[in-house]
Design a protein around this ligand. Structure first.
Ligand code: IMP
Length: 420
């Protein structure tokens, strides 16, 4: 099984790359996160944004599996299904759900909002999709799972969980979910039963034994990982490669290639430290040129220079074997680029990602000439080749995919350079 994941703070372009490489795989499996994700794909002039459904859906014959590590909001899931059906994507028999995946309730969303309001200035900047509270109920052993939809006592368990949530919400002095939201949810779970629920660990074991190629698709990014991200400004799941094992039931020794997706610069949406953030017109230029606005929330993304210590860290914790550099075209026309090669932490040089990146950390930059125009139809400009070489040398992993535009056609597969 190969793994494809984000090497920065999310929004790297995972959806596009999954869609491009999907023809090489029979199964695409999402392993964590939920509708906080927004995976954008563009082809034949139409943009599609996926939240819970894996990005292989547009490739005919591909099985798309929502793994046990994912949290599913039945209402959002069904909306996504309907909008895909409306553009002619037939999901019958090709979209599978793990029985062990946990369900997001309307009161989880209310709890998310209450928790953020309580945090005030310290808020995480959550997408407010109920992700954190749902994972809390999972680890607190209170959650409802897809498999529970087929149990006779579903309604009682649902009501018991809602009552618990309402008690918590009253402590926050926050309102619960509306009666309409609850009715919509109960209606959606009935419809969800029409989808094939599987034991994804057995399903994937069988698929791999029969020689099928499986790609695990991550959501968010390494620096939003619950353990290794910039805690507490992170999401609530394991976004790193190990999360593909626990989020799908696949043993570590079955992992092959690990592709890390990164942008030629950095972005972050929501709160939290961002050492290379640009607060000037260069940041604004990148935001406009890169259309850096959240695909799930529409929020403007914070933009900054490429951070090599952070990328090196992502390579290390994930065992990344190759990289995909995205959106290099967004930097077209900039005379000079900056790349953070190391940090000064309280005056001392380090090439590592420190425990706390919120205080006393100063990024040190190398300047490098930019390129005028790079596009997938022409030759790669020398300056861009030098930029890529700098990254490869700094992190010790080849850049095998270069994306120079949002369309699936605007992608260059590079020959693997020998970095030995
Ligand atoms: P949550 O996962 O919605 O609770 O959000 C926690 C943090 O992760 C916030 O800073 C979000 O902006 C960020 N986040 C969650 N999902 C994504 C994503 O798909 N892309 C980028 N940032 C995300």
């Amino acid at each position: 099984m190969d793994v494809l994941l984000g090497a920065q703070w999310g929004d790297e372009g995972k959806g596009k790359v999954v869609d491009v490489v999907a023809p090489d795989y029979e199964v695409i499996a999402r392993f964590q996160g939920g509708p906080n994700a927004g995976h954008t794909l563009l082809f034949e002039g139409t943009k599609h944004v996926l939240h819970t459904i894996p990005s292989g859906v547009f490739r005919e014959g591909t099985i798309n599996l929502v793994g046990n590590g994912v949290v599913v909001d039945p209402v959002i899931f069904l909306k996504e299904v309907r909008s895909l059906e409306a553009v002619g994507v037939d999901l019958r028999g090709t979209l599978l759900l793990s029985r062990r995946a946990h369900l997001i309730l309307p009161t989880h969303r209310a709890l998310d909002a209450a928790s953020e309001a309580e945090k005030g200035k310290m808020k995480i900047g959550s997408t407010l999709k109920g992700i954190g509270p749902t994972y809390m109920d999972k680890t607190g052993r209170n959650g409802l799972r897809v498999g529970d939809l087929f149990q006779a006592d579903l309604k009682e368990r649902y009501s018991a969980l809602v009552r618990k949530h309402e008690r918590l919400l009253s402590l926050y002095e926050h309102s619960g979910a509306s009666a309409e939201a609850e009715a919509e949810w109960l209606d959606a779970v009935e419809q969800l039963k029409a989808f094939q629920a599987v034991d994804c660990e057995h399903y994937l074991d069988q698929a791999l034994r029969s020689g099928k190629r499986v790609l695990a698709e991550g959501a968010q990014g390494t620096l939003l990982d619950i353990d290794f991200g910039t805690y507490p400004y992170v999401t609530s799941s394991s976004t790193i490669c190990a999360g593909a094992c626990t989020g799908l039931g696949i043993a570590p020794n079955r992992i092959g290639k690990v592709t890390g997706i990164f942008k030629a610069y950095c972005t972050r949406v929501g709160s939290g430290p961002f050492p290379t953030e640009l607060h000037d017109e260069t940041g604004e230029r990148i935001r406009q040129a890169g259309h850096e606005f959240g695909s799930t929330t529409g929020r403007p993304r914070r933009c900054g220079w490429l951070d090599l210590p952070a990328l090196r860290y992502a390579v290390m914790v994930n065992g990344i074997t190759e990289l995909a550099m995205m959106k290099a075209d967004v930097l077209n026309g900039m005379d000079t680029l900056k790349v953070c090669t190391h940090y000064l932490v309280n005056g001392e040089r380090t090439e590592r990602m420190p425990y706390d990146v919120s205080v006393g950390i100063e990024p040190v930059y190398q300047e490098i000439p930019g390129w005028k125009a790079a596009n997938a139809a022409g030759d790669i400009p020398d300056a861009l080749n030098r930029y890529i070489a700098l990254v490869e040398e700094a992190v010790g992993v080849p850049v095998t995919i270069l994306s120079l535009g949002p369309d699936r056609a605007e992608t260059i597969m590079r020959k693997v350079p020998d970095l030995a």
